[in-house]
Design a protein around this ligand. Structure first.
Ligand code: ADP
Length: 490
Protein backbone atom coordinates (compact mmCIF):
# COMPACT_ATOMS: atom_id res chain seq x y z
CA UNK A 1 0.00 0.00 0.00
CA UNK A 2 2.78 2.36 1.01
CA UNK A 3 4.69 1.44 -2.14
CA UNK A 4 1.56 2.13 -4.20
CA UNK A 5 1.08 5.51 -2.54
CA UNK A 6 4.73 6.32 -3.17
CA UNK A 7 4.52 5.45 -6.88
CA UNK A 8 1.22 7.26 -7.46
CA UNK A 9 2.28 10.17 -5.25
CA UNK A 10 5.44 10.58 -7.31
CA UNK A 11 3.48 10.60 -10.56
CA UNK A 12 0.96 13.07 -9.17
CA UNK A 13 3.80 15.29 -7.99
CA UNK A 14 5.55 15.17 -11.39
CA UNK A 15 2.24 15.91 -13.13
CA UNK A 16 1.39 18.85 -10.84
CA UNK A 17 4.87 20.39 -10.99
CA UNK A 18 5.07 20.16 -14.80
CA UNK A 19 1.48 21.38 -15.31
CA UNK A 20 1.79 24.30 -12.91
CA UNK A 21 5.22 25.30 -14.20
CA UNK A 22 4.04 25.25 -17.84
CA UNK A 23 0.85 27.18 -17.06
CA UNK A 24 2.76 29.80 -15.06
CA UNK A 25 5.24 30.26 -17.93
CA UNK A 26 2.40 30.53 -20.48
CA UNK A 27 0.55 33.05 -18.29
CA UNK A 28 3.74 35.06 -17.78
CA UNK A 29 4.42 35.14 -21.53
CA UNK A 30 0.84 36.34 -22.18
CA UNK A 31 1.09 39.01 -19.46
CA UNK A 32 4.42 40.22 -20.89
CA UNK A 33 2.88 40.47 -24.37
CA UNK A 34 -0.13 42.39 -22.98
CA UNK A 35 2.16 44.70 -21.01
CA UNK A 36 4.32 45.39 -24.09
CA UNK A 37 1.19 46.23 -26.14
CA UNK A 38 -0.09 48.47 -23.31
CA UNK A 39 3.21 50.33 -23.01
CA UNK A 40 3.34 50.91 -26.77
CA UNK A 41 -0.24 52.32 -26.73
CA UNK A 42 0.55 54.50 -23.70
CA UNK A 43 3.69 55.86 -25.42
CA UNK A 44 1.81 56.69 -28.62
CA UNK A 45 -1.02 58.41 -26.67
CA UNK A 46 1.52 60.50 -24.76
CA UNK A 47 3.32 61.48 -27.95
CA UNK A 48 0.10 62.51 -29.77
CA UNK A 49 -1.18 64.58 -26.82
CA UNK A 50 2.23 66.20 -26.38
CA UNK A 51 2.28 67.16 -30.07
CA UNK A 52 -1.09 68.90 -29.64
CA UNK A 53 0.06 70.76 -26.56
CA UNK A 54 3.14 71.99 -28.40
CA UNK A 55 0.86 73.00 -31.28
CA UNK A 56 -1.11 75.26 -28.92
CA UNK A 57 2.06 77.01 -27.88
CA UNK A 58 3.03 77.45 -31.54
CA UNK A 59 -0.40 78.92 -32.38
CA UNK A 60 -0.08 81.47 -29.55
CA UNK A 61 3.43 82.39 -30.63
CA UNK A 62 2.25 82.88 -34.21
CA UNK A 63 -0.70 85.05 -33.08
CA UNK A 64 1.64 87.21 -31.02
CA UNK A 65 3.70 87.88 -34.12
CA UNK A 66 0.62 88.97 -36.13
CA UNK A 67 -0.18 92.67 -36.19
CA UNK A 68 -3.70 93.13 -34.82
CA UNK A 69 -5.60 94.44 -37.85
CA UNK A 70 -9.07 94.79 -36.49
CA UNK A 71 -10.00 97.38 -33.93
CA UNK A 72 -9.83 96.41 -30.28
CA UNK A 73 -12.58 94.05 -29.21
CA UNK A 74 -13.34 92.99 -32.79
CA UNK A 75 -12.45 89.53 -33.91
CA UNK A 76 -9.51 89.24 -36.22
CA UNK A 77 -10.41 87.31 -39.45
CA UNK A 78 -7.22 85.23 -39.06
CA UNK A 79 -8.19 84.25 -35.53
CA UNK A 80 -11.72 83.46 -36.67
CA UNK A 81 -10.32 80.90 -39.11
CA UNK A 82 -8.27 79.20 -36.43
CA UNK A 83 -11.20 77.16 -35.12
CA UNK A 84 -11.77 75.55 -38.50
CA UNK A 85 -8.10 74.46 -38.69
CA UNK A 86 -7.76 73.58 -35.01
CA UNK A 87 -11.20 72.41 -33.81
CA UNK A 88 -9.93 72.14 -30.23
CA UNK A 89 -9.42 75.95 -30.11
CA UNK A 90 -12.90 77.14 -29.22
CA UNK A 91 -12.09 80.87 -29.14
CA UNK A 92 -9.25 83.36 -29.21
CA UNK A 93 -9.22 86.46 -27.04
CA UNK A 94 -6.96 89.44 -27.42
CA UNK A 95 -6.01 92.19 -25.06
CA UNK A 96 -4.42 95.31 -26.34
CA UNK A 97 -2.92 97.94 -24.04
CA UNK A 98 -5.57 99.73 -22.08
CA UNK A 99 -8.01 96.81 -22.18
CA UNK A 100 -8.78 94.46 -19.28
CA UNK A 101 -9.18 90.69 -19.43
CA UNK A 102 -12.72 89.56 -18.62
CA UNK A 103 -11.51 87.37 -15.74
CA UNK A 104 -8.89 87.63 -13.03
CA UNK A 105 -7.61 84.20 -14.02
CA UNK A 106 -6.61 85.54 -17.41
CA UNK A 107 -4.97 88.60 -15.80
CA UNK A 108 -2.91 86.47 -13.46
CA UNK A 109 -1.96 84.11 -16.28
CA UNK A 110 -0.77 87.05 -18.39
CA UNK A 111 1.35 88.24 -15.50
CA UNK A 112 2.85 84.77 -15.14
CA UNK A 113 3.47 84.62 -18.88
CA UNK A 114 5.20 88.01 -18.70
CA UNK A 115 7.62 86.63 -16.16
CA UNK A 116 8.31 83.28 -17.76
CA UNK A 117 8.13 84.58 -21.36
CA UNK A 118 6.09 81.49 -22.17
CA UNK A 119 2.41 80.67 -22.40
CA UNK A 120 0.64 80.25 -19.04
CA UNK A 121 -2.26 78.02 -18.08
CA UNK A 122 -5.46 79.19 -16.40
CA UNK A 123 -9.13 78.40 -15.79
CA UNK A 124 -8.56 74.67 -16.04
CA UNK A 125 -11.88 72.86 -15.82
CA UNK A 126 -11.61 69.10 -16.36
CA UNK A 127 -15.20 68.32 -15.39
CA UNK A 128 -16.60 65.71 -17.78
CA UNK A 129 -19.21 68.08 -19.21
CA UNK A 130 -16.84 70.91 -20.10
CA UNK A 131 -13.21 69.73 -20.22
CA UNK A 132 -11.58 73.07 -21.01
CA UNK A 133 -8.64 75.23 -20.15
CA UNK A 134 -7.17 78.53 -21.24
CA UNK A 135 -3.69 79.36 -22.37
CA UNK A 136 -2.44 82.96 -22.25
CA UNK A 137 0.64 84.46 -23.90
CA UNK A 138 1.70 87.96 -22.95
CA UNK A 139 3.02 89.83 -25.97
CA UNK A 140 3.34 93.29 -27.54
CA UNK A 141 1.34 94.95 -28.88
CA UNK A 142 -1.40 92.46 -27.95
CA UNK A 143 -1.63 89.47 -25.61
CA UNK A 144 -3.65 86.42 -26.62
CA UNK A 145 -5.67 83.79 -24.84
CA UNK A 146 -6.88 80.47 -26.29
CA UNK A 147 -9.88 78.57 -24.95
CA UNK A 148 -9.09 74.90 -25.58
CA UNK A 149 -11.49 71.96 -25.60
CA UNK A 150 -9.68 68.91 -24.22
CA UNK A 151 -11.79 66.27 -25.98
CA UNK A 152 -11.14 67.80 -29.41
CA UNK A 153 -7.44 68.01 -28.59
CA UNK A 154 -7.17 64.24 -29.01
CA UNK A 155 -6.26 63.30 -32.59
CA UNK A 156 -8.82 60.50 -32.82
CA UNK A 157 -7.87 59.54 -36.39
CA UNK A 158 -4.33 58.69 -35.21
CA UNK A 159 -5.37 57.31 -31.81
CA UNK A 160 -3.81 53.83 -31.26
CA UNK A 161 -6.81 52.24 -29.51
CA UNK A 162 -10.55 51.84 -30.24
CA UNK A 163 -11.79 54.45 -27.79
CA UNK A 164 -15.08 52.77 -26.79
CA UNK A 165 -13.94 49.15 -26.58
CA UNK A 166 -10.31 49.37 -25.50
CA UNK A 167 -9.66 48.02 -21.97
CA UNK A 168 -7.09 50.80 -21.38
CA UNK A 169 -8.24 53.83 -19.40
CA UNK A 170 -6.52 57.10 -20.39
CA UNK A 171 -6.87 60.29 -18.36
CA UNK A 172 -5.29 63.73 -18.37
CA UNK A 173 -4.61 64.82 -14.84
CA UNK A 174 -3.74 68.18 -13.38
CA UNK A 175 -3.90 69.62 -9.89
CA UNK A 176 -6.32 67.01 -8.58
CA UNK A 177 -8.57 67.13 -11.65
CA UNK A 178 -8.84 64.32 -14.16
CA UNK A 179 -10.28 64.38 -17.65
CA UNK A 180 -11.23 60.95 -18.96
CA UNK A 181 -9.92 60.70 -22.52
CA UNK A 182 -10.85 57.04 -22.88
CA UNK A 183 -12.96 55.14 -20.28
CA UNK A 184 -11.40 51.65 -20.57
CA UNK A 185 -12.48 48.70 -18.43
CA UNK A 186 -11.02 48.63 -14.95
CA UNK A 187 -11.96 45.65 -12.80
CA UNK A 188 -10.84 44.69 -9.28
CA UNK A 189 -9.10 41.35 -9.78
CA UNK A 190 -6.07 40.53 -11.86
CA UNK A 191 -2.94 42.47 -12.80
CA UNK A 192 -2.70 46.26 -13.07
CA UNK A 193 -0.41 48.05 -15.50
CA UNK A 194 0.02 51.81 -15.12
CA UNK A 195 1.98 54.40 -17.09
CA UNK A 196 2.11 58.01 -15.90
CA UNK A 197 4.04 60.65 -17.84
CA UNK A 198 4.12 64.45 -17.99
CA UNK A 199 3.08 66.01 -21.30
CA UNK A 200 6.16 67.27 -23.12
CA UNK A 201 4.97 70.86 -22.81
CA UNK A 202 5.98 73.43 -20.18
CA UNK A 203 2.81 75.47 -20.49
CA UNK A 204 0.39 72.54 -20.15
CA UNK A 205 1.87 70.46 -17.30
CA UNK A 206 -0.71 67.67 -17.49
CA UNK A 207 -0.03 64.04 -16.66
CA UNK A 208 -1.08 61.45 -19.21
CA UNK A 209 -2.13 58.45 -17.14
CA UNK A 210 -2.84 55.11 -18.82
CA UNK A 211 -4.16 52.19 -16.74
CA UNK A 212 -4.85 48.63 -17.88
CA UNK A 213 -6.37 45.97 -15.66
CA UNK A 214 -5.79 42.44 -17.01
CA UNK A 215 -8.52 40.14 -15.72
CA UNK A 216 -8.19 36.40 -15.00
CA UNK A 217 -10.33 35.69 -18.05
CA UNK A 218 -7.62 37.18 -20.27
CA UNK A 219 -5.06 34.48 -19.35
CA UNK A 220 -4.31 31.97 -22.15
CA UNK A 221 -6.65 29.29 -20.75
CA UNK A 222 -6.86 27.32 -24.00
CA UNK A 223 -3.07 27.04 -24.30
CA UNK A 224 -2.81 26.16 -20.59
CA UNK A 225 -5.46 23.43 -20.99
CA UNK A 226 -3.62 22.01 -24.02
CA UNK A 227 -0.36 22.03 -22.06
CA UNK A 228 -1.95 20.28 -19.04
CA UNK A 229 -3.52 17.65 -21.31
CA UNK A 230 -0.13 17.15 -22.97
CA UNK A 231 1.56 16.68 -19.58
CA UNK A 232 -1.18 14.23 -18.51
CA UNK A 233 -0.67 12.21 -21.68
CA UNK A 234 3.11 12.19 -21.15
CA UNK A 235 2.70 11.02 -17.53
CA UNK A 236 0.33 8.24 -18.63
CA UNK A 237 2.77 7.08 -21.33
CA UNK A 238 5.67 7.27 -18.85
CA UNK A 239 3.75 5.25 -16.22
CA UNK A 240 2.87 2.63 -18.83
CA UNK A 241 6.49 2.37 -19.85
CA UNK A 242 7.57 2.06 -16.20
CA UNK A 243 4.97 -0.64 -15.54
CA UNK A 244 6.22 -2.59 -18.53
CA UNK A 245 9.82 -2.20 -17.42
CA UNK A 246 8.98 -3.39 -13.89
CA UNK A 247 7.08 -6.39 -15.22
CA UNK A 248 10.07 -7.26 -17.43
CA UNK A 249 12.48 -6.95 -14.51
CA UNK A 250 10.26 -9.07 -12.29
CA UNK A 251 10.03 -11.75 -14.99
CA UNK A 252 13.83 -11.75 -15.38
CA UNK A 253 14.30 -12.04 -11.63
CA UNK A 254 11.77 -14.88 -11.37
CA UNK A 255 13.67 -16.65 -14.13
CA UNK A 256 16.91 -16.20 -12.17
CA UNK A 257 15.38 -17.52 -8.96
CA UNK A 258 13.90 -20.38 -10.96
CA UNK A 259 17.34 -21.23 -12.33
CA UNK A 260 18.84 -21.18 -8.86
CA UNK A 261 16.00 -23.38 -7.63
CA UNK A 262 16.71 -25.81 -10.43
CA UNK A 263 20.38 -25.89 -9.56
CA UNK A 264 19.61 -26.38 -5.89
CA UNK A 265 17.12 -29.12 -6.65
CA UNK A 266 19.77 -30.74 -8.78
CA UNK A 267 22.02 -30.53 -5.75
CA UNK A 268 19.41 -32.46 -3.83
CA UNK A 269 19.22 -34.95 -6.65
CA UNK A 270 22.99 -35.33 -6.48
CA UNK A 271 22.56 -36.42 -2.89
CA UNK A 272 20.13 -39.03 -4.13
CA UNK A 273 22.57 -40.14 -6.78
CA UNK A 274 25.31 -40.54 -4.22
CA UNK A 275 22.92 -42.92 -2.60
CA UNK A 276 22.59 -44.71 -5.94
CA UNK A 277 26.39 -44.99 -6.23
CA UNK A 278 26.60 -46.65 -2.87
CA UNK A 279 25.04 -49.79 -4.26
CA UNK A 280 27.44 -50.45 -7.19
CA UNK A 281 30.43 -49.58 -5.01
CA UNK A 282 29.35 -52.13 -2.40
CA UNK A 283 28.92 -54.71 -5.16
CA UNK A 284 32.37 -53.93 -6.60
CA UNK A 285 33.92 -54.33 -3.17
CA UNK A 286 32.18 -57.66 -2.62
CA UNK A 287 33.14 -59.01 -6.05
CA UNK A 288 36.80 -57.96 -5.88
CA UNK A 289 37.15 -59.43 -2.36
CA UNK A 290 35.58 -62.69 -3.61
CA UNK A 291 37.91 -62.77 -6.65
CA UNK A 292 40.92 -62.17 -4.36
CA UNK A 293 39.87 -65.09 -2.16
CA UNK A 294 39.29 -67.38 -5.18
CA UNK A 295 42.75 -66.52 -6.58
CA UNK A 296 44.37 -67.32 -3.21
CA UNK A 297 42.80 -70.82 -3.27
CA UNK A 298 45.09 -73.70 -4.25
CA UNK A 299 44.47 -74.44 -7.03
CA UNK A 300 43.07 -71.04 -7.89
CA UNK A 301 39.41 -71.00 -9.00
CA UNK A 302 40.19 -69.03 -12.14
CA UNK A 303 36.82 -69.23 -13.99
CA UNK A 304 34.80 -68.18 -10.90
CA UNK A 305 37.34 -65.43 -10.05
CA UNK A 306 37.09 -64.17 -13.63
CA UNK A 307 33.30 -64.18 -13.33
CA UNK A 308 33.53 -62.13 -10.10
CA UNK A 309 35.93 -59.66 -11.78
CA UNK A 310 33.59 -59.34 -14.78
CA UNK A 311 30.77 -58.45 -12.41
CA UNK A 312 32.99 -55.90 -10.64
CA UNK A 313 33.81 -54.31 -14.02
CA UNK A 314 30.11 -54.18 -14.94
CA UNK A 315 29.27 -52.50 -11.59
CA UNK A 316 32.15 -50.04 -12.03
CA UNK A 317 30.84 -49.18 -15.50
CA UNK A 318 27.36 -48.57 -14.02
CA UNK A 319 28.82 -46.33 -11.36
CA UNK A 320 30.73 -44.42 -14.02
CA UNK A 321 27.50 -44.07 -15.96
CA UNK A 322 25.69 -42.69 -12.90
CA UNK A 323 28.47 -40.17 -12.41
CA UNK A 324 28.44 -39.25 -16.09
CA UNK A 325 24.71 -38.66 -15.94
CA UNK A 326 25.12 -36.51 -12.86
CA UNK A 327 27.87 -34.44 -14.49
CA UNK A 328 25.76 -33.95 -17.58
CA UNK A 329 22.71 -32.83 -15.58
CA UNK A 330 24.43 -30.49 -13.21
CA UNK A 331 25.57 -27.70 -15.48
CA UNK A 332 26.69 -25.36 -12.78
CA UNK A 333 27.64 -26.61 -9.33
CA UNK A 334 26.68 -24.41 -6.40
CA UNK A 335 29.67 -22.49 -5.17
CA UNK A 336 30.89 -22.82 -1.65
CA UNK A 337 28.59 -20.90 0.65
CA UNK A 338 30.05 -17.45 0.75
CA UNK A 339 29.32 -15.49 3.87
CA UNK A 340 28.27 -11.88 3.42
CA UNK A 341 26.20 -9.55 5.53
CA UNK A 342 22.65 -9.66 4.20
CA UNK A 343 19.85 -7.54 5.56
CA UNK A 344 16.96 -9.89 6.37
CA UNK A 345 14.40 -7.17 5.69
CA UNK A 346 15.88 -6.54 2.25
CA UNK A 347 15.93 -10.26 1.41
CA UNK A 348 12.26 -10.53 2.48
CA UNK A 349 11.38 -7.46 0.39
CA UNK A 350 13.13 -8.96 -2.66
CA UNK A 351 11.31 -12.27 -2.36
CA UNK A 352 7.95 -10.56 -1.71
CA UNK A 353 8.47 -8.30 -4.72
CA UNK A 354 8.79 -11.35 -6.97
CA UNK A 355 5.72 -13.02 -5.51
CA UNK A 356 3.63 -9.84 -5.32
CA UNK A 357 1.50 -10.70 -8.40
CA UNK A 358 0.79 -14.17 -6.95
CA UNK A 359 -0.15 -12.66 -3.55
CA UNK A 360 -2.47 -10.24 -5.34
CA UNK A 361 -4.01 -13.00 -7.45
CA UNK A 362 -4.79 -15.04 -4.34
CA UNK A 363 -5.98 -12.00 -2.34
CA UNK A 364 -3.44 -12.62 0.43
CA UNK A 365 -2.93 -9.81 2.95
CA UNK A 366 0.83 -9.57 3.44
CA UNK A 367 2.50 -7.93 6.42
CA UNK A 368 6.17 -7.48 7.28
CA UNK A 369 6.96 -6.81 10.94
CA UNK A 370 10.49 -5.79 11.83
CA UNK A 371 11.18 -5.82 15.57
CA UNK A 372 14.85 -5.13 14.97
CA UNK A 373 16.74 -4.41 11.80
CA UNK A 374 18.77 -7.59 11.39
CA UNK A 375 21.75 -8.45 9.22
CA UNK A 376 22.71 -12.11 8.93
CA UNK A 377 25.82 -13.81 7.63
CA UNK A 378 24.55 -15.72 4.62
CA UNK A 379 24.79 -16.43 0.94
CA UNK A 380 22.33 -13.91 -0.45
CA UNK A 381 20.98 -16.06 -3.27
CA UNK A 382 20.55 -19.10 -1.01
CA UNK A 383 18.78 -16.99 1.63
CA UNK A 384 16.42 -15.51 -0.94
CA UNK A 385 15.82 -19.02 -2.23
CA UNK A 386 14.77 -20.23 1.24
CA UNK A 387 12.45 -17.26 1.82
CA UNK A 388 11.02 -17.67 -1.66
CA UNK A 389 10.27 -21.35 -0.99
CA UNK A 390 8.72 -20.67 2.42
CA UNK A 391 6.45 -17.95 1.00
CA UNK A 392 5.50 -20.15 -1.97
CA UNK A 393 4.57 -22.97 0.44
CA UNK A 394 2.54 -20.55 2.56
CA UNK A 395 0.70 -19.26 -0.52
CA UNK A 396 -0.06 -22.83 -1.57
CA UNK A 397 -1.45 -23.49 1.91
CA UNK A 398 -3.46 -20.24 1.94
CA UNK A 399 -5.00 -21.16 -1.39
CA UNK A 400 -6.89 -23.84 0.54
CA UNK A 401 -8.72 -21.43 2.91
CA UNK A 402 -11.41 -18.81 2.09
CA UNK A 403 -10.10 -15.55 0.59
CA UNK A 404 -10.98 -13.35 3.57
CA UNK A 405 -8.85 -15.50 5.90
CA UNK A 406 -5.64 -15.45 3.86
CA UNK A 407 -2.92 -13.72 5.86
CA UNK A 408 0.82 -13.98 5.58
CA UNK A 409 3.12 -12.37 8.14
CA UNK A 410 6.89 -12.18 7.95
CA UNK A 411 8.42 -11.28 11.25
CA UNK A 412 12.07 -10.29 11.64
CA UNK A 413 13.77 -10.25 15.04
CA UNK A 414 16.89 -11.37 16.90
CA UNK A 415 17.25 -14.18 19.40
CA UNK A 416 20.18 -16.00 21.01
CA UNK A 417 22.70 -14.23 18.82
CA UNK A 418 20.86 -15.30 15.68
CA UNK A 419 18.82 -13.38 13.14
CA UNK A 420 15.34 -14.93 13.13
CA UNK A 421 12.74 -14.84 10.39
CA UNK A 422 9.28 -16.26 11.15
CA UNK A 423 6.99 -17.00 8.21
CA UNK A 424 3.47 -17.28 9.60
CA UNK A 425 0.40 -18.17 7.56
CA UNK A 426 -3.26 -18.67 8.37
CA UNK A 427 -3.57 -21.72 6.12
CA UNK A 428 -4.88 -25.16 7.15
CA UNK A 429 -1.69 -25.85 9.16
CA UNK A 430 0.33 -29.07 9.42
CA UNK A 431 -1.16 -32.24 10.88
CA UNK A 432 0.74 -33.58 13.96
CA UNK A 433 1.70 -36.83 12.14
CA UNK A 434 2.94 -34.85 9.09
CA UNK A 435 5.02 -32.34 11.05
CA UNK A 436 8.02 -34.63 11.74
CA UNK A 437 8.35 -35.49 8.04
CA UNK A 438 8.11 -32.13 6.26
CA UNK A 439 11.92 -31.76 5.95
CA UNK A 440 12.41 -35.25 4.54
CA UNK A 441 13.36 -35.34 0.86
CA UNK A 442 10.47 -36.42 -1.39
CA UNK A 443 7.90 -36.01 1.40
CA UNK A 444 4.84 -34.22 0.07
CA UNK A 445 1.11 -34.02 0.76
CA UNK A 446 0.56 -31.80 -2.23
CA UNK A 447 -0.77 -33.16 -5.48
CA UNK A 448 2.02 -32.70 -8.02
CA UNK A 449 4.46 -31.74 -5.22
CA UNK A 450 8.07 -32.91 -5.36
CA UNK A 451 8.70 -32.84 -1.65
CA UNK A 452 12.16 -31.35 -2.18
CA UNK A 453 11.52 -27.68 -1.30
CA UNK A 454 11.75 -27.85 2.49
CA UNK A 455 14.53 -30.41 2.49
CA UNK A 456 16.51 -28.11 0.20
CA UNK A 457 15.77 -25.13 2.45
CA UNK A 458 16.96 -27.00 5.50
CA UNK A 459 20.16 -28.10 3.70
CA UNK A 460 20.82 -24.52 2.62
CA UNK A 461 20.10 -23.15 6.09
CA UNK A 462 22.40 -25.60 7.87
CA UNK A 463 25.02 -25.00 5.14
CA UNK A 464 25.06 -21.39 6.30
CA UNK A 465 25.35 -22.34 9.96
CA UNK A 466 21.67 -21.84 10.68
CA UNK A 467 18.53 -23.92 11.01
CA UNK A 468 14.96 -24.17 9.82
CA UNK A 469 12.11 -25.38 12.00
CA UNK A 470 8.41 -25.95 11.43
CA UNK A 471 5.65 -25.43 14.01
CA UNK A 472 1.95 -25.99 13.89
CA UNK A 473 0.36 -23.66 16.44
CA UNK A 474 -2.79 -24.96 18.11
CA UNK A 475 -4.90 -22.09 16.79
CA UNK A 476 -4.38 -22.35 13.06
CA UNK A 477 -1.84 -22.12 10.25
CA UNK A 478 1.82 -22.97 10.07
CA UNK A 479 4.94 -21.22 11.30
CA UNK A 480 8.40 -21.73 9.78
CA UNK A 481 11.30 -20.28 11.73
CA UNK A 482 14.60 -19.63 9.99
CA UNK A 483 17.59 -18.76 12.20
CA UNK A 484 20.91 -17.63 10.78
CA UNK A 485 24.07 -16.35 12.44
CA UNK A 486 24.13 -12.59 12.80
CA UNK A 487 26.58 -10.68 10.62
CA UNK A 488 29.40 -9.15 12.67
CA UNK A 489 28.54 -5.51 13.28
CA UNK A 490 30.79 -3.11 11.40
P1 ADP B 1 6.15 -29.63 -1.83
O1 ADP B 1 5.80 -28.21 -1.69
O2 ADP B 1 6.61 -30.01 -3.16
O3 ADP B 1 5.13 -30.55 -1.26
P2 ADP B 1 7.91 -29.08 0.35
O4 ADP B 1 9.15 -29.73 0.81
O5 ADP B 1 8.01 -27.62 0.05
O6 ADP B 1 7.43 -29.85 -0.92
O7 ADP B 1 6.79 -29.28 1.43
C1 ADP B 1 6.60 -30.52 2.02
C2 ADP B 1 5.27 -30.58 2.68
O8 ADP B 1 5.25 -29.77 3.85
C3 ADP B 1 4.14 -30.11 1.86
O9 ADP B 1 3.64 -31.09 0.97
C4 ADP B 1 3.08 -29.74 2.92
O10 ADP B 1 2.41 -30.92 3.37
C5 ADP B 1 3.93 -29.31 4.07
N1 ADP B 1 3.98 -27.84 4.16
C6 ADP B 1 4.97 -27.07 3.79
N2 ADP B 1 4.67 -25.77 4.03
C7 ADP B 1 3.45 -25.77 4.59
C8 ADP B 1 2.58 -24.73 5.07
N3 ADP B 1 2.92 -23.45 5.04
N4 ADP B 1 1.37 -25.11 5.58
C9 ADP B 1 1.02 -26.37 5.62
N5 ADP B 1 1.80 -27.39 5.19
C10 ADP B 1 2.99 -27.09 4.67
Amino acid sequence: MQQLLKVYGLRLLAWSVLSILGCVLLARAELSALRAAFETDARISHRLLSQRAVQHEAVLATLALLQPGASPGEADPATQRLSSVYPQILSVQRRTPGMLWPSTGLQEAELASQQTRAAALTNTDFAAASGRYQLVLSAQPASYALLIDVHSTVPWNEWPMPVQTSPVRVTLEHAGQAFVVQPGRIGDAGWRFEARKHLSSVSQPFDVVAVRQVGWHELPWAAMAVWTLGVSAAVVVWSGWQRQRNARRRAEELLRVGQVARLNTLGELAAGMAHELNQPLTAILANTQAAKRLLQDDPAELPTAKQAMDQAVAQALRAAEVLGRLRRTVERPLGAPAGEAVDLGQAVANALYLLEPECKRLGVATKVEVTQQTSVLAERIALEQIIHNLITNALQALDRVPVGERQLTLHIARGDGMGVLRVVDTGPGIAPDTLPHVFEPFFTTREGGLGLGLSLCETLASGMGGQLQAHAPAARGAVFVLSLPMAPSK
